[in-house]
Design a protein around this ligand. Structure first.
Ligand code: ASP
Length: 383
């Protein structure tokens, strides 16, 4: 059966016509590069747990994505990163929230899992734990990219929080309503943004910003693991916790499967999307694809998100009910797919290679612009 892997760079209202050719190429290049790194590690015999951490670290270190450097900003212009990881073999898990200095939240989540009696640390306690563990930290300003300052300014101006996830491909559908958090903590539902534009005319979609990241893997020993990391939502309230660090909501793995979610966190939490997939497989004997499709199309409201998953049988499922989801997957059996929209995905011809391709090493600057340094080493955006 062999190894299998899937990764995502977030689901949302990704409007094809608003993504420039260079942004699209940058996304596809990053997805290919990180997929190759995961495939190479799995074919070398690495554990699923090590591989999901490795791939998510790379995604966190790439400013194109909303995780680690490149995280979107809170209402106050700060970064509050969160992440979780789960080992399907042991069902051990670790999670962190409210980080503003930790370069790789996913690795801190793993340390919570391995070095503490707890599952989840947040805010000051998590930062103190990071210091005690000696993980790499940076000044909070390091994580704030010019693109995200601009995105926050637009969101503040438009009075919007959930910049792209809450708008359905079908504006009259349930996801066509926008949730607008009020200063008193209440949320008002409003459908005046349903056409994809705020009243001031700004498109609701965050043009070239990719989203939350995640990775799921099955290793050659038949074990599954999942990891998810995010900066959350643009203009979120300070202290808001989404689905990504919550085991069973944003991340879940057991002996049957591993699942990572992306999309509107509040809806993913209400539906415990990743655990629901595992439950449907365990108690209803659904295949991975059936379970994932059931959650995406019957539970999670239209326009609200996507899931990536692998099963212990080597199946891969990637499903979403938003306009798009940045995603990539591969298996030892020869499957390989990279895609953004429903109707368009491609195989870049590296199927089954299990090793990095020979394309030039790609470097991303802090605005997320990709360039090549001409060498063939890999991993430039991370270690
Ligand atoms: N699920 C994330 C959150 O709500 C956002 C995303 O997936 O892009 O924080």
């Amino acid at each position: 059966m062999g190894w299998a892997i899937a990764l995502h760079g977030g689901a949302g209202r990704i409007v094809k016509s608003s993504i420039s050719q260079s942004a699209r190429e940058a996304a596809e290049t990053a997805l290919q590069e990180f997929l190759d790194a995961g495939c190479a590690a799995l074919s070398d015999g690495a554990s699923a747990l090590d591989v999901v951490e490795l791939v998510v670290r790379k995604l966190e270190n790439c400013p194109l994505f909303n995780a680690g450097v490149g995280s979107v900003l809170t209402q106050r212009g700060t970064v509050e990163m969160e992440a979780s990881i789960m080992d399907g073999r042991t069902r051990k898990s670790g999670a962190v929230s409210g980080l503003s200095t930790v370069v790789n939240p996913i690795s801190l989540a793993r340390l919570v899992m391995e070095k503490t009696p707890h599952v989840y640390l947040g805010f000051h306690g998590a930062e103190a734990f990071a210091k005690a563990q000696g993980v790499e930290t940076r000044d909070p300003g390091y994580f704030i990219t010019p693109g995200n300052k601009e995105r926050l300014a637009k969101a503040l101006e438009a009075g919007l929080c959930l910049l792209d996830h809450s708008v359905s491909p079908n504006p009259s559908g349930p996801g066509g309503q926008q949730e607008v958090p009020q200063p008193d903590g209440q949320v008002e539902r409003d459908d005046k943004y349903a056409n994809g534009h705020a009243p001031n005319g700004h498109p609701i979609a965050a043009e070239a910003q990719f989203e939350t990241v995640g990775c799921v893997a099955l290793d050659i020993n038949g074990h599954c693991a999942a990891a998810t990391s995010t900066g959350g939502l643009v203009n979120k309230m300070v202290g808001r916790i989404g689905d990504s660090p919550l085991i069973g909501a944003g991340t879940y793995a057991n002996e049957f499967c591993a699942v990572s979610a992306t999309g509107k966190g509040e809806e993913i939490i209400r539906n415990l999307c990743t655990k629901e997939v595992a439950t449907l497989m365990e108690y209803k004997y659904l295949t991975l694809k059936e379970a994932v499709d059931t959650v995406i199309w019957k539970k999670l409201g239209e326009g609200n998100g996507g899931l990536i998953a692998v099963s212990r049988n080597g199946e891969i499922a990637m499903s979403f009910n938003t306009l798009g989801m940045y995603r990539a997957s591969a298996s030892e059996a020869g499957h390989r797919e990279i895609g953004i929209w429903q109707d368009e995905c491609f195989d870049d011809g590296n199927a089954g290679s299990g090793s990095p391709n020979s394309s030039a090493f790609v470097v991303f600057d802090r605005d997320g612009v990709a360039s090549s340094d001409g060498s063939d080493r890999k991993g430039s955006v991370s270690e």
